[in-house]
Write a protein that binds this ligand. Sequence first.
Ligand SMILES: Nc1ncnc2c1ncn2[C@@H]1O[C@H](COP(=O)(O)OP(=O)(O)OP(=O)(O)O)[C@@H](O)[C@H]1O
Length: 229
Amino acid sequence: MIRLEHVTKVYKTSPRPALEDVSVSVDKGEFVFLIGPSGSGKSTFLRLLLREDVPTKGEIHVADWDLTKLPRRRVPRLRQRIGCVFQDFRLLVNKTVAENVAFALEVIGKPRHTIRKVVPEVLQLVGLDGKAERMPNELSGGEQQRVAIARAFVNRPLLLLADEPTGNLDPDTSQDIMLLLERINRTGTTVLMATHDHSIVDSMRRRVVELQFGKVTRDDSRGVYGVGR
Ligand SMILES: Nc1ncnc2c1ncn2[C@@H]1O[C@H](COP(=O)(O)OP(=O)(O)OP(=O)(O)O)[C@@H](O)[C@H]1O
């Protein structure tokens, strides 16, 4: 599903590479934590997968796309197959819960009858049926993140990228969000999650890829956050 081969990313304004000779493969259906200290390159890793930027060296493949050769006009098609969830939810504040989710389908031209059918289904999947007409500011942080996950998942992406999705949530709410991400993963969606959350990584025992100063320093199949901690 994801293959990085000897990927180096150097930003023009920064002397040190954000990623240096990174090679990582992720199979379809895997659940992977991307960990590492602040500035170690996690967000850069995710940005390259979305083709928000291109590597300085190396190759990146996502599904059947070779991102280093992908013409700009094909990028929207790639992004349609990748769902994204962020720490700060990024909901449209003047749209209801249902409208936020529907919007993700409207922008890719899905017919109205499909939207009417799938939005309630996905809201039920994330545990938000009954909240469809609420505005985002009438929801708790955990509920807002559920809307964001519904929006990311409604188009059944091949890959879900989550950048610190529990960063603004308390431990119990974070656990609920993780159960939801596991459930999405069980439908076959590959999940790659960047996180600083030790307890989540330690309790889930999934694959852990660790970055330090832009290099992969660890890749454990059933890892914990800190070795020996
Ligand atoms: N647009 C940019 N221009 C220049 N340097 C950048 C840019 N984005 C990131 N960097 C640098 O690249 C390195 C990796 O940053 P990145 O944001 O990928 O790390 P991170 O692991 O996601 O950090 P955090 O956990 O704080 O989000 C850092 O040294 C950072 O300063």
